[in-house]
Design a protein. Sequence first.
Length: 126
Amino acid sequence: MVGFLPRAKVIARELPSRNGCRKMLSLLRRKPTAEISAVSRLVPATHVHAVVHGTRTVLLDPSGGRYFGLDEVGGEIWRLAGQGLGRDRIVDQLAEEYSAPRSQIENDVDRILNALLKRRLLEVAA
């Protein structure tokens, strides 16, 4: 068991445009727009490509021209969602792995899932 749960983060960047500018967004500073039910099963969108690089997971959304960086905990949430686990099962898995307060784990999972859902990187499974 890991001693604590690091703060989960998602960073979004636009792919370089013609003038080479990149825009950085912090998705976690925004309030979630929708609630995910405890049993909602979210799956990665089919158009999203993911690669793990060290402790980070990079998501490429070619349809939107953006890439997203997930830290270690965000990457773990992405991996568990990719296995078809619902929100509560993801929280349970992380609670077994980290000795953080369950309320903190729930908040981090909700923020990450809502951020990924808002950016259409995850979809609600039928």
